[in-house]
Write a new protein. Structure first.
Length: 222
């Protein structure tokens, strides 16, 4: 596949490109200031707020070829709900016209709380303190944007509560719309293993709208 990654220079986007290349896929690295020395990666300067630029990058104008799927990994600090919603809608609009799949890497706030299925993680202070709630709510708005869009070929991947750089183990446990915890009681995964989950879903779609993952430790030998 040729996989476009919007937010390619960020923490998640850069790992998705690394994982995609390790599996033999080509990558379109879309960001404001892209760069790559890998001949299998085509860097393209794209502003996520520019519908024409996003559409052009995905259509495959020479020399990079058309995208088969697009992964949206943009985040904002501090939270910018309008930017996040706008970028998501722009990508969905372009993907709908081109007939390609969208995988959005969102936030854990859009998941249901494991202690109360009627409560979103964004509204659960045991997981989301007040100072980061705007970020969580922006992620909820991003998922609502996907659900309300006419394009139907999308999946929204919510990481667990803690996402940080670490080891690529290739192991994770997958769920749907409820926050997961690992065997040690923490809700976490490395960015490298999140990228594994992204590529697994692109290569073998399960048909779920919302998915989440969590770290899974290796089982001891018998």
């Amino acid at each position: 596949m040729t996989i476009a990654v919007l937010g390619a220079t960020g923490m998640v986007g850069s790992r998705v490109i690394t994982e995609a290349r390790a599996r033999g896929h080509r990558a379109l690295a879309l960001s404001r200031k892209p760069a790559s020395g890998d001949p299998g990666v085509t860097p393209l300067a794209v502003d996520a707020r520019d519908p024409h630029a996003v559409h052009t990058a995905l259509t495959g104008s020479a020399p990079h070829g058309a995208a088969d799927a697009v992964v949206l990994t943009v985040r904002t600090t501090p939270a910018d709900r309008d930017f996040l919603v706008g970028a998501t809608r722009t990508v969905l609009d372009a993907a709908a016209r081109l007939g390609i799949r969208v995988l959005v890497v969102g936030g854990a706030g859009a998941l249901r709380s494991p202690g109360d299925g009627g409560l979103l993680v964004a509204d659960d202070p045991s997981y989301v303190p007040a100072e980061v709630r705007p970020v969580a709510l922006a992620g909820v708005a991003q998922l609502d944007t996907c659900r309300g869009h006419a394009h139907t070929d999308w999946v929204f991947l919510c990481p667990p509560a803690l996402l940080e750089p670490g080891e690529r183990t290739g192991r994770y446990r997958r769920g749907t719309d409820t926050l997961l915890t690992a065997a040690d009681g923490r809700s976490w995964i490395s960015v490298e293993d999140l990228a594994v989950a992204v590529l697994d879903e692109l290569e073998h779609p399960r048909g779920e709208r919302v998915m989440t993952v969590v770290h899974e430790a290796a089982r001891p030998c018998a």
